[in-house]
Design a protein around this ligand. Structure first.
Ligand SMILES: *Cc1c(COP(=O)(O)O)cnc(C)c1O
Length: 398
């Protein structure tokens, strides 16, 4: 309790305790206040014990009301028992994989992952004796035959970045469990509003909340969701690593995430409309989006995602830098930004952003050519968005 005495002490003492906010009768504000505090005052030792027993608030690295609120929300959205919320998507991913592995373990991962996730597996875990094999998770035979006796984790993204491939989550979860391995899914591109990997057999689902979940391109945060037991392991490591989401970012994300259902459905509809229009353009070599009938996992995606195929697509343009530059400059709404999932449409060039660190040979093997552009659809009017892309292509390439 913040105490204010009526007695006056010296200026340097009083300036620390005047303005006791506990005197203001603040109850039930309509919006959650931001608890920018490193610690919470404890009355006495009994109170301290009670806080330990009831998972109350003592110190920010362990718990903070803004983070607890976000934990409750993301657990609900992903339909998991519990979550941890982290300082970024990468903090969430590294906390989860480090918590579940030890030297001598093996991870089997999809090969077209988010660039930094690849680097965590190869450059960081590799240093500590955890080996990772990368295979194509849309090929179940390859997944099965790559399992080793020490395989501890199968790891994939719901929709791969940036090729927009769709792995069969239920089938991969079954393979993991038949081999006593955990199945971890990065659901950043879809979010629990469109598909809940935990319901399809994932043991943990990770999210970069920075992207679609928060949706306003103003906060960096991440989460891991799953059973109470697995989250307890992740939480223990999080407290030691200090990978927690700070109060202000947690607050921003809990605000943004309230409208997730409206936003991600509109984004998915816009992506589908744009994919269908671009598919017909004479200037576009290829469009990758699961709504298209020629997408290799279209049928699976139809059943796994129940009609919404996500807000991400990628397109292949002729490998002519000048024309690509002109096309990008011609666009009115979609702008280049090294993020995705925000309410405005953004573009990125994977060869020079997410996969810049990946050796060229390997990058080409993943299908990330020098003509590939990734598009993250916003919530603009569908016709405005499609027309803008068509006009920009026409001006650059005709
Ligand atoms: C952005 C992203 C991450 C990393 O999230 P940060 O919040 O930037 O740390 C991980 N996975 C995917 C699929 C992403 O798009």
């Amino acid at each position: 309790m913040f105490k204010e005495t009526d007695k006056d002490f010296t200026f340097e003492t009083d300036v620390l305790s005047k303005g006791a906010y506990t005197r203001y009768p603040v109850t039930n504000p309509e919006a959650l206040p931001i608890y920018m505090t490193t610690a919470f005052n404890v009355e006495d030792l009994e109170d301290l014990q009670k806080r330990y027993d009831e998972k109350g608030f003592c110190y920010n690295r362990n718990r903070n009301p803004n983070r607890s609120c976000l934990i409750e929300l993301i657990s609900y959205i992903e339909n998991g028992e519990d979550s941890i919320c982290c300082s970024s998507g990468m903090a969430a991913i590294s906390t989860a994989v480090i918590a579940l592995t030890q030297a001598g373990d093996h991870i089997l991962s999809d090969r077209t992952l988010y660039g930094e996730s690849l680097e965590i597996f190869t450059d960081i875990l590799g240093k500590y004796g955890v080996e990772t094999t990368f295979v194509d998770f849309t090929n179940l035979d390859e997944v099965k035959s790559s399992i080793k006796s020490n395989t501890k984790i199968l790891y994939t993204e719901t929709v791969s970045n940036p090729m927009i491939a769709v792995p069969d989550l239920k089938a991969i979860g079954d393979i993991a469990h038949e081999n006593n391995a955990y199945f971890i899914v990065d659901n950043t591109f879809m979010t629990g509003a469109l598909v809940k990997p935990l319901e399809l057999g994932a043991d943990l689902v990770v999210n970069s909340l920075t992207k679609f979940a928060s949706g306003h391109s103003d906060a960096v945060s991440g989460s891991v969701t799953g059973s109470k037991d697995l989250i307890a392991k992740c939480y223990k490591l999080q407290v030691l690593l200090g990978s927690q989401s700070d109060p202000f970012s947690s607050w921003l994300v809990q605000r943004g995430i309230r409208t997730i259902e409206l936003r991600v459905k509109r984004q998915a509809e816009n992506a589908a409309a744009l994919a269908r229009a671009l598919e017909k353009s004479p200037y576009v070599i290829k469009v990758n989006h699961p709504c298209l009938a020629d997408h290799p996992q279209h049928e699976l995606a139809k059943q796994q995602f129940k009609g919404y195929y996500g807000g991400m697509l990628s397109i292949v343009l002729p490998e002519d830098k000048d024309k690509m530059n002109e096309f990008m400059r011609n666009l009115n709404f979609a702008h280049y930004a090294m993020t995705l999932g925000g309410y405005r449409t953004t573009l990125s060039y994977p060869a020079m952003s997410s996969h810049y660190e990946v050796p060229r040979e390997e990058r080409l093997r993943m299908g990330i050519t020098d003509g590939l552009l990734r598009i993250s659809c916003g919530i603009e009017n569908e016709n405005d968005l499609v027309k803008d892309f068509m006009d920009a292509l026409e001006k650059a390439y005709s």
